[in-house]
Design a protein around this ligand. Structure first.
Ligand SMILES: C[S@@+](CC[C@H](N)C(=O)[O-])C[C@H]1O[C@@H](n2cnc3c(N)ncnc32)[C@H](O)[C@@H]1O
Length: 295
């Protein structure tokens, strides 16, 4: 069976009948709840008994949200498929549901969210379903807005099915560029069916709670319930915990214009003007320095 992501855009693939089929499959219900429990474990929320405000990105019909509710949290669910959200409403999901495309950003106030999960959804951003879609820009909009809305030190755990290593790298690079620390935790790397990849991200300086947990079954043990992925396909990215993505918002490169009008060009030009007898301001350490955009 080809992966859902290559069959149709999500809002088309998850139509009314697919949304119902998805939500009534006991196998899918079981897998979604197990992955969500693991995502919550990796989220490592403070054990203070205070309910948290979480995001469920690509919440679908609310299967993953149900686990969040069971654990006493409030949640906001984003999904692009109206049919999935209709089913979530019918099932009386407790979260606030938003019909929205995560590739356009989450549009929330900065620092208001305590944590985020996403189960089997982020890989959809690697596809260009419309001529105006650029996967890199959509990933950038998504991770940038996710970083902004999370409280400092909060985590996001995104379980995803990458089609290949390139997709996996694209997702992780976009998260890193947004400023997150973290990496990929892979559970059951030696099991083709039970293997699951979780992008575990921390918002804020690397010192803030950003050490990467170990994946399950790294020692070669096999998962007792060797289930398939919830969309009927395997996960093909790397087979171990990869923690190379320490927070490092890349420093903005000093732009040198293509026509070479940098500092030395400016100094030359001023010298020329002086030779022509024109009044030119004295050279200082600020001469030719790029101004910040808010000037
Ligand atoms: C495999 S389902 C997972 C559903 C959910 N986690 C659950 O437990 O029911 C993936 C979901 O991601 C959603 N999705 C895909 N691309 C999306 C996007 N760009 N924005 C928001 N949701 C998206 C799909 O509509 C679908 O409901």
């Amino acid at each position: 069976m080809p992966r859902p992501e290559v069959q149709a855009p999500p809002e088309i693939f998850y139509n009314e009948s697919e949304a119902r089929k998805y939500t009534t499959s006991s196998r899918i219900i079981e897998i979604q709840s197990r992955i969500t429990e693991r995502a919550l474990e990796l989220l490592a929320l403070p054990n203070d008994g205070v309910p948290k405000l979480l995001l469920d990105i690509g919440c679908g019909s609310g299967l993953s949200g149900e686990t969040l509710t069971e654990q006493g949290h409030h949640w906001i669910g984003y999904d692009i498929s109206k049919s999935m959200l209709d089913v979530a409403q019918e099932r009386e999901a407790e979260g606030d549901l938003l019909l929205a495309d995560m590739g356009q950003g989450l549009g929330l106030r900065p620092g208001v969210i305590d944590g985020a999960i996403s189960i089997s959804a982020v890989q959809w951003l690697c596809n260009a379903d419309k001529s105006c879609h650029n996967p890199r820009l959509r990933l950038k909009a998504f991770f940038g807005s996710l970083y902004r809305c999370l409280a400092r030190g909060a985590r996001a755990v995104l379980q995803f099915y990458a089609d290949n290593v390139k997709q996996s790298e694209m997702i992780v690079t976009a998260a890193m560029r947004a400023g997150f620390a973290g990496g990929v935790v892979v559970d059951w790397p030696h099991s083709s069916k039970a293997k699951k990849s979780y992008l575990v991200l921390t918002c804020g300086p690397a010192s803030l709670n950003s050490s990467l947990p170990k994946g399950k079954g790294q020692d070669g043990a096999m998962c007792s319930d060797d289930d398939e992925s919830d969309d009927g396909s395997g996960d093909e990215d790397e087979a171990q915990t990869v923690g190379i993505y320490e927070r490092n918002r890349p420093k903005k490169r000093q732009k040198t214009k293509k026509n070479g009008k940098g500092k030395s060009w400016l100094l030359n030009k001023k010298e020329q003007m002086r030779r022509r007898g024109r009044e030119v301001p004295a050279d200082t350490k600020y001469t030719g320095r790029k101004r910040k955009s808010y000037f």
